[in-house]
Design a binder for this molecule. Structure first.
Ligand code: UDP
Length: 240
């Protein structure tokens, strides 16, 4: 008997900082991060190469600093440093789950994590290590969604997996409109014309230009990551 094979060989998983909070109001919820590491372990064990971009919104967002009078670029650097904290926590949880994870930062802080070097990241992926990209793009005024699109394109990921709290893209907000239905798939152009706000405009444009499909799925649903990787009906695919 041959086992079903994964539909994707190399993926880029984008986890928002908020996804790490669980039901807490702030910070990193240990149980949640342990569960996420276990979900990633499931797909690594299928032989899939996994890179992760992690957000920082559970700790600090540049816009929040900017709105209370801070210099926006400085606030954005704080946001990027928040993603490094999340990356360390995730790498720790992954090693407890039996995985080997490497954090690579877009901002150099070499005593803490290694710098991002593309060929090295590719080598780690080939070796079955999880690569966690920290510090976003390394530039203020961007988001970690844009970092996900950028790193996804750089490493030749077949798919960017955008983990959210909702199990896909809906015709309307399913919390407000009970008749809202989920799209199985939608084109970049349709998503744009319908203003569905899947990722910020820069990230979305980069994926579209590079013909890098995005899968929006729920990180709260057990086993959803594996089902996406296996090509099962899960979430919404945004494609050319
Ligand atoms: N950030 C940045 N440049 C980047 C990525 C992130 O300046 O390339 C900063 C920005 O302030 C942002 C914060 O880091 O608000 C945290 O990232 P993000 O808001 O994307 O996290 P998420 O919403 O995914 O938790």
């Amino acid at each position: 008997m041959t086992l079903p094979r994964p539909a994707h060989q190399r993926i880029l998983l984008k986890l928002s900082g908020e996804a790490l909070m669980g039901n807490d109001a702030f910070g990193i919820n240990r149980e949640t991060i342990v569960r996420m590491a276990a979900e990633v372990a499931e797909v690594i064990n299928l032989g899939v190469q996994v890179a992760v971009v992690i957000g920082g919104g559970n700790i600090f967002r540049g816009v929040a600093g900017g709105s209370v009078g801070m210099d926006r670029a400085t606030a954005d650097y704080m946001g990027m440093l928040a993603t490094v904290m999340n990356s360390l926590a995730l790498a720790d949880a992954m090693s407890k789950a039996g995985l080997t994870a490497r954090v690579m930062s877009a901002i150099s802080i070499e005593q803490v994590v290694e710098p991002y070097v593309r060929p090295k990241a590719l080598q780690y992926l080939e070796e079955g290590k999880v690569v966690i990209f920290a510090a976003g793009t390394g530039n203020p005024f961007f988001t970690t969604d844009t970092a996900a699109a950028l790193r996804g394109a750089e490493i030749g990921a077949e798919l960017v997996l955008k983990a959210t709290k909702v199990d896909g893209v809906y015709t309307a907000d399913p919390k407000k409109d009970p008749t809202a239905t989920r799209y199985d798939h939608i084109t970049f152009d349709e998503a744009m014309s319908k203003n569905l706000g899947i990722m910020d405009a820069t990230a979305f444009a980069l994926c579209r230009d590079q013909n890098l499909p995005i899968k929006v799925f729920s990180i709260l649903k057990d086993g959803a990551l594996k089902r996406v990787v296996m090509g099962e009906d899960e979430g919404t695919l945004v494609h050319a």
